[in-house]
Design a protein around this ligand. Structure first.
Ligand code: FEO
Length: 392
């Protein structure tokens, strides 16, 4: 196969996975994904930046069929969707060294059993000359794991950030052509993968200000020839205050919680609060994660199952806790038949969410007038608190 040239002597040699629908056996991929690898040919040395998922090693090796030598395999990140084909590349190119951070070496030895003598570790800010091209390595922990680094190709002003700035989108476009489509995919990707690491991303965004960047070439989704598009999107997801939005994930068994959710959503809307309602029996969990990027408040709707929350709700709470959205307020609404500890159990499941817990509303069976009044009160409290904080 013919590699796709993207700059002088810089080629895309990745794989497009049109059919993948789940990542990490967890994250929905409605639009597939790609594993982007890049070949950089200098006047003296040749480097391969990242590889592809092991399920698509053959695609990468076909691109490399006519490449006689590779001196360096740059491993920006040890997760297998980028590193998984390194062993096959090392088998073909017996003198190639894997260039990575010290933590990356440790992980790659454990995950892929790569022998220690095949590594060359690089420090933060270190450079590697390829002759007429220079690679600079920027240690960037926690985008996505603690070992991650970014690679900057100075002469071409290209940044290869691996997972950071990526999007799970299968496309033949080298660069972003439909900004709306890529914004949606990149936001979903941020929500599902990057949101827990906001603080680290904040630091990396600051640091990248000192680099002149013409092209951002991530390892998932299309490249950005207008880097400001994705840099500004990240700045808004990381720095902007939460919005006047309530995320309302719920599930209902016999209709009581459903009635409460519908009434409550209307009560919030009447008070000028936007609602994003997700019935977890049918929802795409990625959509819920995306809504959590912006929302100021989450109210969970659950019936009681064996005195606890419904297991699907427990799953959503566990996920929200892991994603660490910047929620400011949290509450629970729902129902029970003979007894419930759903509120206590749910609030104990979300210790990472440093949000104020507002008084829950739990109805015995179908909600009566008093329950509806309590839902009105909760809606008023949320509307007032959002207003006081200036959330719009
Ligand atoms: Fe695309 Fe963290 O791997």
């Amino acid at each position: 196969m013919k590699a796709r040239q993207i700059k002088t002597n810089v080629y895309w040699v990745g794989a497009i996975d049109w059919d993948r629908r789940l990542f990490d056996a967890l994250i929905p991929l409605p639009d597939g994904t790609s594993y982007n690898a890049y070949l950089v040919q200098g006047s003296q040395k040749v480097a391969l930046i990242d590889t592809v998922d092991p399920s698509m090693t053959e695609v990468l090796m076909a691109y490399l069929e006519d490449v006689p030598a590779i001196d360096y395999v740059i491993a920006n990140h040890a997760e297998q969707d980028h590193s998984g084909s390194i062993p096959q590349v090392l088998t073909k190119y017996t003198n190639a060294k894997v260039v990575t951070t010290p933590k990356g070496k440790d992980l790659l030895m454990a995950l892929l059993l790569i022998p220690e003598d095949r590594f060359m570790t690089v420090g933060d800010g270190e450079t590697l000359s390829m002759g007429d091209k220079t690679l600079e390595f920027v240690h960037a922990p926690w985008v996505h794991w603690p070992e991650t680094m970014l690679t900057y190709l100075r002469e071409a002003k290209m940044l290869f950030p691996c997972d950071l700035f990526g999007s799970h989108l299968a496309t033949t476009d080298s660069y972003v052509s439909d900004e709306g489509e890529v914004y949606e995919a990149a936001k979903r990707y941020f929500a599902e993968i990057m949101m827990p690491f906001r603080t680290s991303i904040e630091k990396h965004l600051e640091r990248l200000k000192s680099y002149e960047i013409d092209v951002i070439a991530p390892s998932h989704g299309p490249m950005y020839d207008k880097p400001s598009f994705i840099l500004e999107a990240y700045r808004s997801w990381v720095f902007d205050p939460p919005k006047n939005i309530v995320v309302l994930p719920y599930i209902s068994m016999h209709g009581s919680t459903q009635k409460m959710v519908e009434y409550f959503a209307g009560a919030l809307a009447d008070r000028g609060v936007r609602v994003k309602q997700f019935n977890l029996a049918v929802t795409d969990i990625g959509k819920l994660a995306m809504a959590l990027v912006d929302a100021a408040t989450m109210v969970i709707g659950t019936p009681t199952v064996l005195v606890g929350p419904h297991p699907s709700i427990a799953y959503a709470a566990f996920l929200a806790n892991a994603l660490r959205p910047r929620l400011q307020f949290i509450s629970v609404i729902g129902s029970y038949g003979w007894g419930s500890k759903a509120v206590e159990q749910l609030t104990a499941m979300i210790p990472n969410l440093k949000a104020e817990v507002l008084a829950p509303v739990i109805s015995k069976g179908l909600p009566g007038k008093e329950d509806l009044r309590s839902l009105d009160n909760l809606a008023s409290t949320i509307a007032t608190k959002h207003k006081e904080r200036g959330f719009v």
